[in-house]
Design a protein around this ligand. Sequence first.
Ligand SMILES: [Cu+2]
Length: 135
Amino acid sequence: MKTLNLSRAIQAALIVAAIGGANTVALADIKDYEFELVDQTVKAGPDKVITVRLMNTKTGTPVPDAVVFATRLDMTPDGMQEMATKIVPVPAAEPGTYKFKATFGMAGRWQLSLGAKVQGETGTVENKLVITAQK
Ligand SMILES: [Cu+2]
């Protein structure tokens, strides 16, 4: 019966460790961050600026000084996955906001794929936002 008691003890210790681990993760989770569009629409045409805000959804505050990268801008929402456009970062004045410049060659819905590294957090924030280009 000694073996059984030992395995019970190990099991209990593992459960405590698992709960402790979960609590630690819950204090600061990369899933608590998300991007939002400052403007839902943009004028179709060359060199249009998109502004996004990185939010901490737990505190409801913008997150400055993140390393933000736009990975892709294409027309997936309108069934044109292959219709992608170049996207380049431009300086943003307001802390917690990030700007990009792109040419919207066609009116319609565009999907912006974004990533971010947040200071003090492990992992990567990954979001897809839909912005509408208007004629
Ligand atoms: Cu298109």
